[in-house]
Write a protein that binds this ligand. Structure first.
Ligand code: UT7
Length: 375
């Protein structure tokens, strides 16, 4: 049993297409000024036609694995946090598993709204510290542009697409994920909901006409909940870790609204530079927002080995979650000869080949005349 779950790699993916507030002015009755002043958002990314939650998750995952110097075959589990999966079933994590060629990994999705990534992180930590898993890939990925009603100015200005991934590995070195808290209040389930497409309201021409397959949100109610739960979750998780609030070097909150983040920061009496904000460039990417922000924090060198980082999310469900991480790459990276590095890159690039060949063989087998006679 390894007592610590460390972050060994991170990676993000944002689609190329940028949708600015000015673009939205031509689509709905809104203004750049309203969006900026009420949310802080300036632009968001929109997935291309051939992109989906799984394809973006795979891109982010490849980058995280490369940074961790880990082969997909070394993964024990893949957890994707999303509310915009490729399908109701199978899990998006299974599509990611096949694309990476991570054939030894269990794969499943977590649906916990914008808190989903913290839920995934907590599960990974539990699996690692219990000794069940050694290496786990967790991904927050969303294609919310496909679930937004582009005629509803209350919601369509808020959301964006993207993915962020972390690789967690077991280690005896103290550090990594120190504590997590998770919570839910299902009495607020109707405050942020996609009403149709599930078993309660199956898809029909009427649900399509009513835009019932898109996000419906009581923004004010969610706002009130968020401003109260965000600081509370930070306090709770710091108590659980046995650390004072003053020990925090960086808070990475769910990127929903600048006003929510600012209210929480004031309540916690933390300095401005202790809260990372990038929502002005990506909008609200739900379960992807925290890992995308964490990747930018790490890539820009805003945290160092030993930094104490708090991740905190809230969202549909209603749900919330927070995690305390002692940053620092755990594993000493062995120097590898060039050919091993090339093999590794090739494996990452062609990871989906084994799954493709298996599917092909299966189809050929099904098509054999002798098989057809048997049936
Ligand atoms: O990540 C999941 C969790 N989700 C959230 O955290 C979202 C939380 N909520 C919020 O961030 C904010 O409530 C919003 C940004 C969604 C809305 O801001 P608000 O300050 O709460 O605005 P409001 O809903 O109270 O609306 C104020 C006015 C309304 O007009 P009236 O009724 O006062 O005449 C809206 O119709 O602003 C109007 N409005 C807009 N005007 C221009 C709403 N959306 C827009 C818009 N452009 N896009």
């Amino acid at each position: 049993m390894s007592p610590y779950a460390h972050i060994a790699g991170w990676g993000m993916y944002a689609p190329a297409r940028v949708l600015s507030n000015q673009d939205l002015e031509h689509m709905v009755d809104t203004t750049d000024e309203w969006i900026r002043s009420r949310t802080g958002i300036v632009e968001r990314r929109i997935a291309g036609e051939k992109e989906s939650t799984a394809t973006m998750a795979v891109e982010a995952a490849r980058r995280a694995l490369a940074r961790a110097h880990l082969s997909p075959r070394q993964l024990d589990a893949i957890i994707v946090a999303t509310i915009s999966p490729d399908h109701l079933t199978p899990a998006t994590a299974c599509l990611v598993q096949a694309a990476l060629g991570a054939d030894k990994a269990a794969a499943f999705d977590v649906s916990a709204g914008c808190s989903g990534f913290i839920y995934a992180l907590s599960l990974a930590q539990m699996g690692i510290t219990a000794g069940e898993w050694h290496s786990v890939l967790i991904i927050g990925a969303e294609t919310l542009s496909r679930f937004v009603n582009w005629e509803d100015r209350n919601t369509c200005v808020l959301f964006g697409d993207g993915a962020g991934a972390l690789v967690l590995t077991a280690s005896d070195q103290p550090g990594g994920v120190l504590a997590c808290v998770l919570g839910a209040d299902g009495s607020g389930a109707d405050l942020l909901v996609i009403p149709a497409g599930g078993s309660r309201m199956p898809a029909s021409p009427a649900t399509l006409e009513q835009h019932a397959h898109t996000i419906h949100m009581d923004g004010r109610a969610v706002f009130r909940f968020a401003t109260h739960i965000l600081p509370e979750a930070v306090e709770q998780v710091m108590r659980k870790a046995g650390l004072p609030l003053t020990a925090i070097d960086m808070v990475i909150p769910h990127q929903a609204n600048m006003r929510i983040i600012e209210a929480a920061r004031k309540k916690l009496r933390l300095p401005e530079e202790a809260f990372f904000v990038n929502l002005y460039r990506y909008g609200n990417t739900s379960a992807a927002s925290i890992p995308i922000a964490l990747c930018e924090v790490a890539d820009h060198g805003l945290i160092n080995d030993g930094s104490l980082v708090v991740l905190v999310g809230f969202g549909a469900g209603l749900t919330w979650g927070a995690a305390v991480v002692r940053w620092g790459v755990a594993l000493p990276q062995p120097a590898r000869p060039w050919w091993q590095r090339a093999l590794y890159i090739a494996r990452l690039a062609f990871g989906r080949l084994p799954a493709f060949l298996r599917r092909l063989l299966y189809r050929l087998w099904q098509a054999l005349p002798s098989r057809r006679d048997e049936e």
